[in-house]
Write a protein that binds this ligand. Structure first.
Ligand SMILES: Nc1ncnc2c1ncn2[C@@H]1O[C@H](COP(=O)(O)OP(=O)(O)OP(=O)(O)O)[C@@H](O)[C@H]1O
Ligand SMILES: [Mg+2]
Length: 357
């Protein structure tokens, strides 16, 4: 008997997450860096650097982020021989390979009799070409692969296969998906591009306007947002320390941070409204009762209440819940799916290129 290792993988714009049934659960910033010259190669002692380490040393590295808006950085019209396309494919593959390395221990890497089985979450509305490219990459690294939509993976992990509306708030996209007891179709899903990165951009611009003397980067304000994000009406004033002519000084950013965090809400609520309004009227109430927030952006304090208030005024009612593990929800669900698919399914995938649920 060959030993199977099941792996759930969530490839995100900002971070990629894996969960495997050998107990490993970990993540990596979705960044690949190559040393710029001989000095930096010497510094790192290797020709490729990943994740947080790459971000930390970005001055001495050529940095690539293989995903954009949650998708491989390729467009429908892109020439498959172009440098850009090849680089996106290469860096995505390096990143996926690294994630798999993180799952396996040394003995497992050496073993030839292991079957590596993976379920990959892709953004809800990733194009066919995008999914195919992802599949091509993954097939070289895993023995069996299936790609599913990311919010579906979240729903599967929570065992919410019917009467639920998943809202996965990532860095590049918010993926909304209604679960109706079957595999979600295109009309069950909406993707908007005002997500975490958009909050950072708005926050950065508001601060640039208000504090012209201070110097800072989007990275700095993002880190600050992740520690202080809120749209709650209550709470103390929020101060950020930013250098002015080299000297750190405190700046009040209470309103700017709340305005930035609130900037994603209208599109999220509009997406929820569309998915509910276009659904069978007899079942609309069930969806309204079960809106589930996942993804890093769901951690904004007060977001749940803000969405509920908005739903109350636009839809008459709304009940919103947050998942317990926003960053792992997608990978956990993908892992569960990977384990649950019967052996025949994987055989079908092997012989026909796709299997039937
Ligand atoms: N505590 C927090 N409050 C608000 N936002 C946060 C918090 N922690 C992380 N984020 C934001 O969540 C986003 C990352 O979430 P996640 O890891 O789910 O995204 P992703 O999967 O990489 O992106 P995508 O799904 O768009 O490809 C980033 O924009 C990050 O700044
Ligand atoms: Mg994501």
């Amino acid at each position: 008997m060959r030993k199977v290792i099941n792996i759930g993988i969530d490839l995100g714009t900002s971070r990629s997450v894996v969960a495997a049934d050998n107990g490993v659960r970990t993540f990596l910033a979705s960044v690949v860096g190559y040393p710029k010259d001989a000095v930096s190669r010497k510094l790192f002692g290797r020709s490729i650097v990943f994740g947080e380490e790459a971000l930390k040393h970005r001055m001495s590295l050529d940095i690539y982020r293989p995903f954009e808006n949650g998708m491989l950085k390729i467009s429908k019209t892109m020439d498959e021989k172009s440098v850009e396309y090849l680089k996106a494919m290469e860096t995505a593959k390096e990143l996926l390979n690294r994630l798999i390395e993180l799952v396996l221990d040394e003995e497992q890497i050496e073993r030839k009799d292991l079957v590596l089985r993976g379920v990959l979450g892709a953004p809800a509305l990733a194009s066919r070409k995008n999914k195919k490219s992802l599949l091509d990459i993954a097939k070289d690294l895993l023995d069996d692969v299936m790609i599913v939509s990311e919010p579906f993976a979240v729903a599967y992990g929570l065992k919410l296969l019917t009467n639920a509306l998943i809202v996965d708030i990532g860095a590049g996209t918010v993926d909304l998906c209604r679960m109706t007891g079957t595999m979600p179709a295109d009309e069950d899903q909406i993707t908007t591009t005002k997500a975490g990165d958009y909050v950072d951009q708005v926050f950065y611009e508001l601060l640039s306007k208000k504090y012209k003397e201070a110097t800072f980067t989007v990275n700095m304000v993002r880190r600050f947002k992740e520690e202080n994000s809120t749209i709650s009406k209550h709470g103390d004033s929020i101060f950020i320390e930013l250098p002015v002519k080299g000297k750190p000084a405190k700046h009040d950013v209470t309103e700017e941070l709340k305005t930035a965090c609130r900037a994603i809400v209208p599109d999220v609520v509009e997406g929820i409204r569309q998915l509910i309004a276009s659904f069978d009227p007899e079942f609309q109430t069930y969806l309204k009762e079960n809106v589930i927030l996942a993804g890093g952006g769901s951690q904004i304090v007060g977001l749940k209440k803000e969405i509920e208030d908005n739903m109350n005024s636009t839809l008459g009612y709304g009940k919103v819940l947050k998942v317990e593990e926003p960053l792992f929800a997608g990978a956990n669900g993908a892992l569960l799916l990977c384990k649950d698919m019967p052996e025949e399914y994987w055989q079908q995938v092997k012989s026909k290129g796709e299997g039937k649920f």
